[in-house]
Design a protein around this ligand. Structure first.
Ligand code: SAJ
Length: 421
């Protein structure tokens, strides 16, 4: 049987759901992660990340014996590498996780195995991975030197799933399959067809790498356009939300929504992989990143202005008497993920600069992570609206959209998401 055993290296937001979905199709799956505590949690049938319904799928996969996690790679017929690819201080991609993942699987590789890189990667990373593998295993042949007759097949098949909808999108989305040779692609398709209902479209590894970077850069550039419009409209005393609604009535215009900045681990990172390879050419992509990265500071300046105007109006009060409430901490609506969140960064900065009380409201979490409890005070919508003088709407969670607008409008309100328009 092809792919009797599948190994997924990296059991994070992409690797764990992928491993669980293969296991749900009754494949024997070995999940590998360097984090012992994640491995232990998974082997108890639980999960260490937040993703709707994933707990049930992992629990079933582990209790039925199809999924097992370990810290040390074991032999398998296919290896999927889904490790982080962050950037370094200078926005250069950091491939060290891919390097150590490939070096860790190299000793257990055997003739006929398929190795897939799923991590979002700069162009050339798959070839680099193949080179690391071939140095570690000179007894095996690889596509870069032996083409279609190689012992090991290699492909890049970038993940494209939306956090919060991972289990559905894993199955339904089309996949771009970038084999190092046509046979590598063919084998990769037969692996993904175990659960993918979308189309698997073949290209080469470099195009597949660039395709993923292009998708996220496209979104980043379009969000930057919306964010730039919001700053232009503010100067011109025009509601950007109304403007976008009107412009989007044009059959060929579809502007995205401004916000407090771009968060998450993908859209704010991946465009830099294009910029770092082709800095001379990637002018628009770099500028979009800069526009989106500047948006949190723009919001902070609005808050400072609101404080000074409040004090001008109420001369008997000082900054210490002003209570500010930040509505939303997550990086996007209706999730509890605080990582790389512009809303959280803004709330932290306000807490640092403001001498009065700063409330935060985040309906998707019950308590703040330990490193934030001394810095921020988490409370509810009612108390914040009762006690705050200045209100910031940073995330368009459904709970905020369901709150009567007049309760916000009674305050000095900075609406970064257009909830009140
Ligand atoms: N955002 C706006 N305005 C918008 C849309 C989004 O400000 O109109 C902000 C969000 O608030 C958030 C950030 O952008 O802070 C990113 O959110 P997102 O929903 O656009 O994307 P992610 O990061 O959750 O997931 C993206 C997806 N890529 C695309 O839609 C092209 C997903 O399909 C990818 O798999 C994922 O990146 C990834 O892992 O690369």
């Amino acid at each position: 049987m092809p792919f009797a055993t599948i190994s997924v290296i990296g059991l994070g937001y992409i690797g764990l759901p992928t491993a669980a979905v293969f296991a749900s199709r009754k494949k024997k799956v070995i999940g590998v992660d360097v984090n012992q505590s994640a491995v232990d949690i998974i082997n108890r049938g639980q999960i260490h990340i937040v993703e709707p319904d994933l707990d049930m799928v992992v629990h079933a996969a582990v209790t039925e014996g199809y999924l097992r996690a370990t810290t040390k790679p074991e032999p398998a017929d296919a290896f999927l590498i889904a490790v982080p690819t962050p950037f370094k201080g200078n926005h250069e991609p950091d491939l060290s996780y891919i390097e150590s993942a490939s070096k860790s699987i190299a000793p257990v590789l055997k003739k006929g195995d398929l190795v897939i890189l799923e991590s979002t990667s700069p162009v050339g990373a798959t070839e680099q991975m193949a080179a690391w593998l071939s140095v570690a295993r000179p007894d095996l042949s690889f596509p870069q030197t032996h083409g279609e007759s190689s012992d090991i097949r290699i492909a890049h098949c970038p993940e494209r799933v939306l956090p919060g909808h991972v289990l559905r999108e894993l199955v339904q989305n089309d996949r771009v399959i970038g084999g190092m040779t046509p046979k590598c692609s063919e084998l990769a398709i037969s692996l993904y067809k175990i659960f993918v209902q979308g189309e698997c479209i073949v290209t080469n590894a470099r195009t597949a790498e660039m395709c993923k970077l292009t998708e996220n850069s496209f979104r980043d550039v379009n969000i930057a356009f919306a964010n730039e419009l919001s700053m232009i409209c503010d100067k011109l005393d025009i509601s950007v939300w109304e403007l976008i609604r009107l412009a989007n009535r044009h059959p060929r215009v579809n502007i995205l929504q401004p916000g407090p900045g771009v968060g998450g681990h993908c859209i704010a990172v991946d465009p830099w992989f294009i910029v770092s390879k082709t800095p001379e050419q990637a002018k628009l992509i770099r500028t979009a990143r800069e526009v989106n990265d500047s948006k949190p500071q723009w919001i902070i300046e609005k808050v400072k202005l609101a404080i000074s105007e409040f004090l001008k109006d109420k001369q008997d009060r000082t900054a210490r008497d002003i209570t500010i409430a930040c509505f939303g901490l997550a990086f996007k609506p209706d999730i509890d993920d605080l990582r790389e969140s512009p809303a959280l960064a803004i709330a932290m900065q306000i807490a640092a600069l403001h001498s009065g009380r700063v409330f935060t409201v985040e309906p998707n979490i019950e308590k703040l992570p330990d490193n934030l409890v001394t810095k921020l005070e988490l409370t509810n919508i009612e108390r914040s609206l009762a006690e705050a003088d200045i209100v910031l709407l940073l995330v368009d969670h459904k709970e905020f959209k369901d709150t009567p607008k007049n309760l916000f409008l009674e305050k000095i309100c900075i609406d970064a998401r257009g909830i009140l328009s």
